[in-house]
Design a protein. Structure first.
Length: 347
């Protein structure tokens, strides 16, 4: 209901200084209970959009109308930083400003999950970069109820009505495996932080399928605990893998910090990249371009993710969302650098 009232103010049906219909009338109009209508109006009063004037009724504040006239694009992301998150925030803010929207960053953590959900309930727009844990509970429910005004980036809930944009993760892994196979590698390990997450499952499946008729496959599972460092955890897991006889001559990682950690772990076990172990990362960033050696990457095009997300949001604003169009794939491509070479036995 808050979204409906906000739209009526934004569209000029009720102007600054004018009185809203009574809460009972609003409850009938929007098909909700009186208590739900009263609670929604109270919340809008609390944030300064409306004001109650005793027995006169509830009126639209000039400040509130101005706030609603400029749409807000929330950029929601985890409460830590990676190269991909920084790129998402930078490009998302630029894209929002080009649309004439205010942009606001919400870091997803248990302490502000309710604030993120409330922003969606108020009818604001959102691009949401989130993984499995953040999509459960209150935020997940708010995403599903947002009617297309929130778009999930890098993950998918399209089967539950949430517009989703993600790279063709299967294709990204196939590109990486085939590139390594062309260089002569047979033993190719994959490093996954959370193998039960939807995106990781797809990537692991593609990796297994690409190597189905080759030598035994090695999955290095990290499972970083919440609030722990994925970089440190990855380094320890990759070190342990080699110290316990791991035979991979090539590694595929699924995040920038994991790629750098894997390189450090290779060096810590007396090996070198790419002389002894080649490395490809699914995901590209300037950080990996200036690493030593530069890391060969599968570029998943975050800028294109954001553009596709904006197309979903524009359609939602114009009430032109297609219920059968809830998923967009972005095609990845290879960025070759110095981290891949033939295995030492072939050399």
């Amino acid at each position: 209901m808050r979204e409906g009232v906000g739209d009526s103010i934004r569209d000029g049906e009720v102007r600054p200084g004018e009185q809203l219909p009574s809460e009972r009338e609003l409850a009938r109009r929007y098909g909700v209970s009186y208590m739900t209508a009263r609670r929604a109006i109270s919340e809008m009063v609390e944030v300064g959009l409306l004001e109650r004037r005793g027995r006169e009724g509830t009126f639209v504040r000039s400040y509130g109308a101005a706030m609603l006239a400029t749409r807000t694009l929330h950029l929601m992301c985890p409460d830590f930083d990676t190269a991909d998150i920084k790129t998402f925030l930078r490009l998302g803010a630029r894209a929002g400003e080009l649309e004439g929207w205010k942009t606001h960053v919400i870091r997803l953590s248990p302490s502000n999950e309710r604030a993120a959900a409330r922003a969606l309930e108020e009818g604001d727009l959102a691009l949401v970069l989130a993984a499995g844990p953040e999509l459960e509970g209150v935020l997940g429910s708010a995403l599903k109820a947002a009617e297309g005004r929130a778009v999930l980036i890098g993950n998918r809930l399209d089967n539950e009505g949430v517009p989703s944009v993600l790279a063709d993760d299967s294709q990204a892994i196939r590109l990486a495996v085939h590139h390594l196979q062309d260089a002569g590698h047979i033993h190719i390990a994959l490093v996954s932080d959370h193998p039960n997450h939807a995106v990781d499952r797809v990537q692991i499946g593609a990796w297994r399928a690409a190597l189905a008729h080759e030598a035994p496959q090695d999955l290095i599972v990290v499972n970083t605990p919440r609030h722990e460092s994925a970089t440190e955890q990855t380094m320890e897991r990759v070190k342990t893998y080699f110290e316990h006889g791991g035979k991979a001559t090539a590694i595929i990682t699924l995040a920038d910090e994991m790629a750098l950690a894997a390189m450090a772990a290779v060096r810590a076990t007396g090996r070198q990249v790419p002389q002894d172990v080649s490395l490809i990362n699914s995901g590209n960033s300037p950080l990996l371009g200036v690493a030593h050696p530069g890391v060969t990457c599968i570029d998943v095009h975050i800028a294109e993710h954001i553009e596709q997300g904006l197309k979903f949001l524009r359609a939602a604003i114009e009430n032109e969302s297609d219920p059968f169009d809830r998923l967009r794939f972005v095609e990845p491509h290879m960025v070759e650098r110095e981290s891949v070479a033939p295995p030492s036995s072939a050399q």
